[in-house]
Design a protein around this ligand. Structure first.
Ligand code: GDP
Length: 501
């Protein structure tokens, strides 16, 4: 493990702050200080940085059955464009606020609850369509229990209707059909149902098991029947959750309000969220200061399947983030630090991947370039393997070199200079291989086979490889000034001049 004193990544322009832990030393492009250079890179090995233990917050194991209590269903509205999803949600949201003391102030918080006179509730996700559904699924937060598929009776089954069916099926979420716009003259509900049946969605009226309710979102007809059908569906599904223990949930929406600051709507899925709870979610965490329901009223607690607007975020989460309660602010800070380090590590790994891709591109370019040069007779290279070398062995003393450099420009410059020594009067200079990037195990193998010296210009030879090189009798010489590298080559050539009798 390395720790940066100051560390920059040449390829991505990323500057790593002092003491950033660098888990992958391969991305350290240089360990020398080049003053005045923007990419000043200084790093040192640091044995003190021990392997960190996992400090992340994790969901609790499933609750024992005796702790489970029935909970309301969470419903997502999907369907073809213009079939009435938004109108339906608006109508349902309006009915949801009528009987609260804050009656009339409908605020959009990403989800709302509809309460029947019987006391039963349904929670609706407030953003219609595929996007909301996919966003909730993409991060593994299976927030939706039932999909309401809105099909306009005048338009029938359309492309996005079928797409919605497919998505719901893939997620294994049951569908309830709302045949909308029945207020329009001449619409044919039966025909819509038959069209759905052709795609495997057989409504109860046609002998299947899919509930269908004919509604008018605009005229607000049969909306209570729709909600009742959803509650029936939920009962069939036996939806339950543990209202005790640590809170778990998902962030439905997050934004900064110019007046009240950072806010996020949390859909509670387990436990009961209360004022004072400390929660972490993605890169964010909060000590819950204020809890509000979808009508804007302050509430004391939010049990499972309840959406609640949470104020008190120190760092913002993002929609779709998993919410987990932790025991203290100290613990939340620890989790945030751990997640930050994990992100840095992942970034470094993906940077390294990008570097490797670039390097292999350079290698390919160089192979092509050298093939051309060879064809023009500029170099006498011998990349044909040790056997070839034995066949070609002659009395003439030879210096074999393998050149690695940090960028294509430097390798090219070194090759151009070495080319002028190619015809040294008494010692042959032979280039056995070359390339961009740090010294690799393959380089050491090739160098060993050809008894070559590896010249590494502005690139690392990882410590493990340095040991391997030593054991294989391969010399690796590192330079960061071209003329010094060339002087070194000259010295090696001179050392091989045979003594004259
Ligand atoms: P969305 O794209 O699925 O969200 O559809 P909208 O809710 O925006 O509705 C599209 C159009 O259909 C709007 O002009 C609505 O007023 C109209 N509309 C929605 N529901 C009904 C309905 O039940 N009856 C009638 N006649 N029009 C409706």
């Amino acid at each position: 493990v390395y720790k940066a004193l100051e560390f920059a990544d040449k390829n991505s322009d990323t500057i790593y702050k002092k003491d950033t832990v660098i888990h992958n030393p391969q991305i350290i492009r240089d360990v020398i200080k080049i003053s005045g250079c923007r990419f000043k890179i200084v790093a040192r090995p640091d044995e003190e940085v021990e392997k960190e233990e996992n400090k992340d917050a994790v969901p609790a194991p499933p609750a024992p059955p005796e702790r489970l209590r029935p909970r309301p269903p969470v419903v997502c509205v999907m369907g073809h464009v213009d079939h009435g999803k938004t109108t339906l949600l608006d109508a349902l949201r309006d009915t949801s606020v009528v009987d609260t003391e804050f009656g009339g102030i409908t605020q959009h918080i990403g989800a709302f609850e509809v309460k029947l006179p019987s006391g039963e509730k349904v929670t609706f996700l407030d953003t219609p369509g595929h996007a909301a559904f996919s966003a909730m699924r993409s991060r593994g937060a299976h927030a939706t229990d039932i999909v309401v598929l809105v099909v306009a009776a005048d338009d029938g089954v359309m492309e996005q209707t079928l797409e919605s069916v497919r998505m719901a099926r893939e997620a294994d979420v049951p569908i309830l059909v709302a045949i909308n716009k029945i207020d329009k003259p001449g619409v044919n509900i039966d025909k819509t149902m038959r069209a759905l049946a052709q795609h495997g969605l057989v409504c109860e009226a046609l002998g299947g098991d899919v509930q269908a309710v004919a509604i008018s979102a605009l005229k607000r007809l049969h909306l209570d029947t729709l909600v009742e059908a959803l509650i029936l569906q939920a009962q069939l599904m036996d939806l339950k959750a543990d209202p005790g223990g640590y809170v778990e949930g998902v962030v439905i929406e997050a934004f900064v309000d110019p007046r009240t600051g950072k806010q996020a709507t949390v859909l509670v899925q387990r436990g009961t969220l209360r004022k004072g709870c400390v929660i972490v979610a993605g890169n964010g965490w909060a000590k819950v200061r204020v809890l509000q329901d979808s009508a804007g009223a302050s509430v004391l607690e939010a049990p499972p399947a309840t959406p609640a607007r949470v104020l008190g975020w120190r760092e913002m989460p993002s929609a779709g983030d998993r919410v987990l309660e932790v025991e203290s602010e100290k613990r939340a800070n620890e989790v945030m630090k751990w997640r930050h380090n994990q992100r840095m590590k992942e970034k470094q790994e993906s940077d390294q991947e990008a570097i490797s891709i670039k390097e292999s591109e350079h290698q390919t370019q160089y192979k092509q370039m050298l093939a051309q040069k060879r064809a023009m007779g500029r170099f006498r290279t011998r990349p044909d393997g040790p056997r070839q070398k034995m066949i070609q062995e002659d009395d003439h003393p030879t210096l074999s070199v393998l050149v690695k450099g940090d960028v294509d420009g430097s390798v090219e410059a070194i090759l151009d200079i070495l080319e002028t020594y190619d015809e040294h009067d008494r010692v042959k200079l032979e280039l056995v291989n070359y390339g961009v990037g740090q010294v690799t195990p393959n380089d050491i193998e090739v160098a060993q086979a050809f008894k070559a010296i590896i010249y590494a210009f502005n690139v690392e030879c990882p410590p493990a490889l340095a040991v391997e090189a030593r054991n294989s009798g391969v010399t690796v010489k590192r330079h960061n000034v071209i003329y010094k590298l060339v002087d070194d080559v000259k010295e090696e050539l001179s050392a091989r001049v045979p003594l004259t009798q």
